[in-house]
Design a binder for this molecule. Structure first.
Ligand SMILES: [Zn+2]
Length: 269
């Protein structure tokens, strides 16, 4: 008998639906949440698909919450690749060029537009893909008479409450306490906090990676990222040994509250 690596909970994404299922869903809603993941190193304690799993889970929970609010949406397909150039120092990482990611997202949306979807919300699992996601969003709007596209950067609301959710008093980032906690919620079988080695960055370096001034966490400066390998020999930033499922669920609650509020307001009036 083969091993079960992890269990995937529904609702189904577009990949797992039939065309008839989608036709029926389109009679109730033309809104699609698009999870944009990545395949990149997050330290020895997390799988390479961490960002893909997170993006799917955020969309899954948001879809459930939105359905409860009377706002049905379709999820997916889950995009497993992003622009991960600065993680290429670690084996297994796959990166698309920004041109490829922009084109991929644009062609996925235009296909779905052709068969009836009109409102798209891009949800990242990896903030490094945000610049390309924003360009693709504008391209889809430019290529259609009436598509609406938005990019939802949940790092901004989450980073405002990091200090109240996480136990670490140091800078936790990529693959650190928060992200490891979120993976523990969905993929405990392939998440290994006990293998994590605490590694924190100099505050000045951390400030440029995800300080409050960075545009991805709500500030006004975009610092383009150079190789992570220069900052961390392990591929992650923070202390994964502090991760707890409860912390992960608190993080997801903040993210999902924000996304469902925005999607309800902007796409369902
Ligand atoms: Zn990640």
């Amino acid at each position: 008998m083969s091993d079960v690596l992890y269990v995937q909970k529904g609702p189904a994404t577009l990949t797992e639906m039939s065309s008839e299922d989608v036709r029926e869903a389109l009679t109730r809603s033309d809104v699609l949440l698009l999870p944009v993941g990545a395949t990149e190193a997050h330290g020895g304690h997390l799988p390479l698909g961490t960002d893909t799993f997170e993006a799917r889970e955020i969309c899954r929970r948001s879809a459930i919450k939105l359905a409860e609010l009377g706002c049905p949406v379709v999820i997916g397909p889950v995009i497993p690749f992003g622009t991960s150039s600065f993680h290429m120092g670690f084996p297994g990482t796959i990166t698309l060029t920004s041109e490829t990611l922009i084109r991929l997202l644009k062609e996925v949306c235009l296909s779905l537009y052709t068969t009836g979807f009109r409102k798209f919300a891009f949800v990242h699992g990896h903030d490094g893909s945000l610049p390309s996601m924003m360009v693709a969003a504008q391209d889809v709007v430019d290529a259609t008479p009436d598509a609406q596209v938005m990019c939802l950067n949940w790092l901004t609301p989450l980073s405002k409450v990091y200090a109240t959710i996480q136990t670490s008093k140091k800078g936790e980032g990529h693959g650190g306490e928060g992200e490891t906690s979120r993976l523990l919620v969905t993929h405990p079988e392939i998440t290994h906090p006990e293998r994590g080695i605490p590694h924190h960055l100099d505050p000045e370096v951390m400030r440029k990676i995800q300080g409050p001034e960075h545009i991805k966490t709500g500030g006004g400066i975009f610092y383009a990222t150079r190789s992570y390998k220069a900052h961390t020999p392990y591929g992650h930033i923070g202390d994964p040994t502090l991760a707890k499922e409860e912390t992960g669920n608190k993080g997801y609650d903040v993210i999902v509250d924000w996304i469902s509020t925005v999607v309800k307001r902007d796409y369902f009036g």
